[in-house]
Design a protein around this ligand. Structure first.
Ligand SMILES: NC(=O)c1ccc[n+]([C@@H]2O[C@H](COP(=O)([O-])OP(=O)(O)OC[C@H]3O[C@@H](n4cnc5c(N)ncnc54)[C@H](OP(=O)(O)O)[C@@H]3O)[C@@H](O)[C@H]2O)c1
Length: 230
């Protein structure tokens, strides 16, 4: 049985990814801040393979809670850094606090989590960082998303760097740059836009990718998009 740590599992893409991983008989350590929403996931699946952890990934004490849970397992086979946050505001109006918050959630939280969990990552494991088309070099850019897109861009480069550093430990690292998926985050970024992909479809893709994608690629920044919102 594979053990997967999945962040941002309380709603949207992460919630659906958790359901798919559980269907594949994986043990899932599902992390998000909202206890209530994680309990909804628990109710929906009623799987004994699910462990929920309420944690704010920007707080080191909360990362400790994840470590305690992971230390009771036989190691981790996959880590999906899916939790993300967005500020949609013209660049000139964004504050230093907003930049810090966006980088904390989208970049520094994955950095801290990967560093903390590294000793528990089994040989043959796969780290999947969830980026965005906004952070993919050469993609169309949209006004208001400078902080978010910059943080996601850095997450992609981090993935390339770590794939090299971790290769001797047989740990693969890839970054999926998602296009539009129908979730509350998309509605915040592009109100009224109808995405061509639903959260359950992307959850299915990510679940399959974390379990099998690293047999075919490593250190890749991969656009996963049909189109971009206009
Ligand atoms: N939807 C899209 O079109 C799209 C496109 C490109 C990339 N993405 C990326 O895909 C990922 C999932 O997005 P989504 O659309 O499913 O977003 P979402 O519905 O807003 O879900 C975000 C998840 O992140 C968690 N989260 C946020 N801040 C956190 C923190 N400080 N600590 C722990 N958990 C935190 C939230 O849980 P709590 O609030 O309970 O903490 C929630 O479970 C994100 O990384 C996003 O940037 C999405």
């Amino acid at each position: 049985m594979k053990t997967i740590v999945l962040t941002g599992a309380s709603k949207g893409i992460g919630y659906q990814t958790a359901l798919k991983l559980l269907e594949s008989e994986c043990q899932v350590i599902a992390v998000a801040r909202s206890t209530e929403k994680l309990q909804e996931l628990e109710l929906e699946t009623s799987s004994s393979l699910l462990k929920i952890i309420s944690a704010d990934l920007t707080k080191s004490d909360d990362i400790q809670k994840i470590l305690e849970c992971v230390s009771d397992t036989n190691g981790i086979d996959g880590l999906v850094n899916n939790a993300g946050a967005l500020v949609n505001k013209p660049f000139s109006e964004t504050t230093a606090d907003e930049w810090e918050y966006i980088f904390d959630v989208n970049l520094f939280a994955p950095v801290n989590l990967i560093q903390s969990l590294k000793p528990y990552l089994n040989k043959g494991s796969h780290i999947v960082n969830i980026g965005s088309m906004g952070g993919f070099q050469g993609s169309d850019k949209f006004p208001g998303l400078a902080a978010y897109s910059s943080a996601k861009g850095a997450l992609g480069i981090l993935s390339e760097c770590l794939s090299t550093e971790f290769s001797s430990d047989e740990i693969s690292v890839n970054c999926l740059c998602l296009g539009a998926v129908q979730t509350s985050m998309l509605e915040e970024a592009f109100p009224g836009y109808q995405a061509p992909v639903q959260a359950n479809e992307m959850g299915s893709y990510i679940s399959d990718f974390v379990l099998h994608g690293h047999k075919f690629m490593n250190g890749k920044i991969i656009p996963v998009a049909l189109n971009n919102p206009e």
